[in-house]
Design a protein around this ligand. Structure first.
Ligand code: BGC
Length: 722
């Protein structure tokens, strides 16, 4: 009888179609056809208090707990930002020892920024997103967008340079690409984490204008333009309050003013107080410094909720934000994108970012590109020619599928008719003999490719400490001069972030800044050296002649005293300072040469009606490739206001466009400008003011080479809260 009823039921079920959800899902929140907010509310209503608490803190180094009774899986996070990090053990930073946790190692963030190509940022983000999915990750901890305030910051290599506009555009491209793959990016470290020295405690004092005009825009763009789903707080303090518990940053600016609907997580063990974390806008506490139940947002918060110290509505808001990110990234959905690892396309993106990010700083007498039909012997000199970097730098390190070193890249590309010899030249604790052998090698070669610079050792380009000097380490200043004396045809390739070059720059004919170019870096570098591709990178930060020329150091406002660092330079960060003080940089912001030449002409400012994305005027001009080779140029647009109501920098980057041109080709470039292009932050009015009056529009190939100038008159003053 029972059997019959069952069969009958089955027949009926086959005949009478049930609603789609009921066939596959038990609860409405499992129905991918429902709006995210409906799913969030449904799941929220089903969670017990203990389950809610479990969602807002870690249960291992990079996870939060699963809720098996509701089919909620563990949530996995990973660094970030240069690929998907090697897995670590559940409660330790030690590698887990897995064999399936390799990833494509993209070039470092500063190299991506040097491409000035947001489309490439999208491609990099997309590739990382795909790899994250394949590796089962839900939230990727990047990009890092802290502004380069001092050249010494140990994490400058991870970030996107000194300019808020450039960093914003690059971050937006990256995040859009990553989040297109059903994962959440996590923009970090919010905010003012501009040095590693005393990073866990240093208190930053900065005025309201610099805060809004320099340090916040990349975060704001990540939220408002890219729709980033997660934000990570910073370790440091801001105005006396830890950034992971900062009411002004989280509640007032990020959530109230910018309308952020996603989740705010702490940096690892960056929380210090239950009450502050509970009330000041933190939604997820990460780290492993204590038992997970003892996390500030675990038992202590639960106790406070039960005693009535904290409102339940606050907990629900945190949980809602976490669930929203889960649903928005399709964590529970059958059709979530599956991802892919180490594809030819990912490798190609890694190579292109490196090729477009390498900056040609000097090229006298067409030393570059090398002509393999003429060069017989190349002496490759320098430890960085064979050193692997992808795994270094701490949390941003990647267990790369492979890493082509510069020497390998040159060997691959040079072919069998060119004799490539290698000499290490220097080492951390190397002796005179290394230098002697390198000089001897240089003498036997037609050309020397010196590959030096910095590395990811602690105290150089590495998380957790700053550099102590802008000088090249390991006696490289002397070594380069000795080699140049032995063979003046020396091409200096520097890996790492910026260094002083004054001691030897005038003695060498060619210099390339190669940053950390990722696992395809050696191939990319070789393609640049041999002219398969013309360099098109531009500096995302000013290179000073000496450390004292850069603002924080000129003013003695680094690394701070008695635990506080005051950003006394205010708005005058990077080129804004060099412009204001008339200091000649070694290489200006936006600078970078090519193997071809470009001519700018015919600037027109075409008024618009504010229709298309709020454009009020479009800068239109032409760029012609006047040289013999294909190449790409980054046209940069800076704005200068005449007689502003409040002091403003002499010029500010407000637009750029990378154009690819064949020899002889001309392209018309259009850069749309909106109200925001002209505005500054008025701390008294607590908003953005675009003042009626005269502006100069400067267009050219770097911040110090603006061949075209136009005048624009803003007819009305406009105030905008946002
Ligand atoms: C770093 C973060 C990183 C986190 C997790 C912290 O030390 O500051 O950038 O995402 O560790 O590895």
């Amino acid at each position: 009888m029972k059997m019959q009823a069952c069969l009958l039921g089955a027949v009926l079920a086959a005949l009478v179609p049930l609603p789609a959800m009921a066939q596959t899902n038990q609860y409405p929140f499992q129905d991918s056809g429902l709006p995210v907010e409906t799913r969030v509310e449904d799941l929220l209503a089903r969670l017990t208090l203990a389950e809610k608490i479990s969602i807002i803190h870690a249960d291992s180094k990079f996870t939060t707990a699963a809720i098996p009774r509701l089919g909620i899986p563990r949530r996995w996070m990973s660094d970030g930002p240069h690929g998907v990090r090697e897995d670590v053990g559940p409660d330790t930073w030690q590698p887990a020892g897995h064999t399936d946790d390799f990833s494509t190692a993209m070039p470092a963030g500063i190299c991506l920024a040097a491409t000035w190509n947001p489309d490439l940022g999208f491609s990099e983000g997309e590739a990382i997103g795909q790899e994250a999915r394949k590796r089962g990750k839900d939230i990727m901890l990047g990009p890092g967008v802290n502004i380069l305030r001092t050249p010494l910051c140990g994490r400058n290599f991870e970030y996107l340079g000194e300019d808020p506009f450039l960093a914003s555009r690059m971050a937006v491209g990256y995040i859009r690409g990553a989040q297109s793959q059903d994962i959440s990016s996590c923009v970090k470290h919010f905010a003012l984490n501009n040095q590693e020295f005393e990073r866990g405690s240093i208190n930053v004092e900065v005025d309201g204008r610099a805060l809004h005009e320099i340090y916040l825009p990349a975060f704001k763009a990540a939220v408002q333009d890219a729709g980033v789903w997660s934000v990570m707080g910073a370790y440091n303090q801001f105005r006396g309050q830890h950034c992971c518990e900062n009411d002004l940053l989280f509640n007032k600016i990020l959530k109230d003013e910018w309308g952020f609907k996603g989740l705010v997580m702490s940096d690892w063990a960056g929380v210090h107080d239950t009450r502050e974390a509970a009330l000041n806008g933190l939604d997820l506490e990460m780290g492993t410094e204590r038992n997970y139940d003892d996390f500030y947002l675990a038992q202590p918060y639960l106790d406070g909720l039960k005693s009535g110290e904290f409102p339940m509505a606050g907990l629900d808001d945190k949980v809602r934000r976490n669930l929203r990110v889960m649903f928005a990234t399709h964590v529970l959905d059958a059709d979530r994108k599956p991802g892919s690892l180490n594809t030819a396309a990912h490798q190609a993106v890694a190579r292109r970012v490196a090729e477009e990010g390498i900056v040609l700083l000097k090229n006298n007498n067409h030393t570059l590109p090398l002509d393999e039909t003429k060069v017989k012997t190349i002496a490759v000199i320098g430890e960085n020619a064979t050193r692997l970097h992808a795994h270094g730098g701490d949390s941003s390190g990647i267990k790369a599928f492979y890493e082509i070193t510069p020497l390998q890249g040159i060997l691959n590309r040079a072919g069998k008719d060119v004799n490539v010899i290698y000499s290490e030249g220097y080492q951390k604790n190397g002796g005179e003999n290394l230098a002697k052998r390198a000089v001897a090698a240089a003498k036997t070669a037609d050309v020397v490719v010196y590959i030096g610079g910095l590395n990811h050792d602690k105290g150089l380009d590495c998380e957790g400490a700053d550099r102590t000097s802008l000088k090249l380490p390991y006696g490289q200043d002397e070594l380069i001069q000795k080699i140049a004396a032995a063979n003046p045809k020396i091409i200096v390739v520097l890996e790492g972030t910026m260094v002083e070059m004054d001691p030897w720059l005038h003695k060498v004919p060619a210099v390339l800044q190669a940053w950390y170019p990722g696992m395809e870096g050696g191939n990319a570098l070789a393609r640049v050296l041999f002219g398969d591709v013309s360099p098109s990178g531009k500096l995302p930060a000013t290179f000073p002649k000496q450390l004292e020329d850069s603002p924080a150091h000129a003013l003695g406002n680094y690394p701070g005293t008695n635990g506080t660092v005051t950003y006394a330079e205010g708005l005058l960060v990077g080129y804004r300072w060099f412009d204001a003080k008339n200091i000649e940089p070694q290489f200006p912001f936006g600078f970078g040469l090519s193997y071809t030449t470009f001519k700018y002409s015919n600037l027109k400012l075409v008024e618009a009606d504010g229709g298309l994305n709020g454009t009020i005027v479009t800068a239109q001009f032409e760029i012609e490739n006047t040289g013999p080779r294909a190449g790409a140029e980054v046209a940069q647009l800076y704005v200068h206001q005449e007689n502003p109501g409040l002091p403003r920098p002499k010029k500010e980057l407000k637009g750029f466009k990378k154009v690819f041109l064949k020899p002889g080709e001309t392209q018309t470039v259009l850069i749309p400008l909106d109200q925001k292009t002209f505005s500054f932050f008025d701390p008294d009015k607590k908003g953005w003011v675009a003042e009626k009056g005269e502006f100069k529009i400067l267009v050219g190939s770097s911040s110090r080479d603006t061949a075209l100038q136009g005048n624009y008159r803003l007819a009305e003053t406009v105030f905008d809260k946002d």
